[in-house]
Design a protein around this ligand. Structure first.
Ligand code: PEP
Length: 259
């Protein structure tokens, strides 16, 4: 059974204090939620404090990025073991903002993925096309390239435990959400490639979540699609009430068709 997976990416928002206030309020708002995997991703500075505030709750913590080396002269970077020790269970890798603004390549995504897995962190790996690529009918080719290079060297068991976030770049932070049908088409394609390259068990077990202007009023439609296993939520996750609503609306959507 694939349990719906809802993660909030806070990007470069919220001080440590603000993040902890949010976490405390959020944990009580979702404490009775069952059957949804819930994750928040604060800045790396707040990972430890937020993990403490969410200790023994049904909400896990993710970091937003990592460096693939364990340690070394990499000013400004943090490693997978450091993130893990700070209390995170997941890490976002290859977000389009990292790719676009920080020059992250598919090869870097792959190194980060392998480092996360080695440290027992659950990767949330992001893929998705730009508007120009969609208009040029390159969407599926872009997804293929990002997945092929990004998942290079992973075992079928590792892929089975992955969260793959399909995030069309044109839908991130723009208010332009992909239609449920557009999301389903891309997700079905991704699952098909996972099946082809890593086998049926990996394809049925891995989570493929949608990201791009998800809000309380569109999550219901998106998550009804058979291959949409949840959401990576940016802007709307900054508001504790709105994000709780997204989580609540995702309850009860694990179904045998997803097993
Ligand atoms: C994101 O940051 O991953 C994202 C999907 O952002 P937004 O929900 O704001 O579009």
């Amino acid at each position: 059974m694939r349990t719906p997976f809802i993660a909030g990416n806070w990007k470069m928002f919220k001080t440590v204090h603000e993040a902890v206030v949010y976490a405390k309020e959020f944990r009580s708002m979702v404490k009775d939620v069952a059957g949804v995997e819930i994750v928040v991703a604060p800045t790396c500075l707040a990972v430890h404090a937020v993990a403490e505030a969410l200790r023994n709750s049904n909400v896990a913590v993710a970091a937003q990025d990592l460096h693939w080396e364990r340690e070394g002269a990499f000013t400004g970077a943090v490693s997978a073991p450091m993130i893990k020790e700070a209390g995170a269970e997941f890490v976002i890798i290859g977000h389009s903002e990292r790719r676009r603004l920080f020059g992250e390549t598919d090869e870097a995504v792959n190194r980060k993925l392998l480092a996360a897995l080695a440290a027992n962190l659950g990767p949330i790996v992001c893929v998705g096309e730009t508007l120009e690529e969609r208009d040029a009918e390159q969407t599926l080719a872009v997804l293929d390239r990002q997945l092929k290079l990004g998942l290079e060297g992973l075992t079928a068991d590792q892929v089975a435990d992955l969260v793959i976030a399909y995030e069309p770049v044109w839908a991130i932070g723009t208010g332009k959400v992909a239609t449920a049908a557009q999301a389903q088409d891309a997700h079905a394609h991704i699952r098909g490639r996972v099946r082809q390259w890593f086998g049926g068990t990996a394809a049925e077990r891995c989570h493929i979540v949608y990201g791009g202007s998800v809000k309380p009023d569109n999550i219901g439609e998106l998550i009804q699609e058979p291959d949409v296993d949840g959401a990576l939520v940016g802007g709307a996750s900054l508001d504790v009430k709105g994000f709780s609503e997204i989580v609540l609306k995702s309850q009860g959507t694990a179904r045998p068709g997803r097993s």
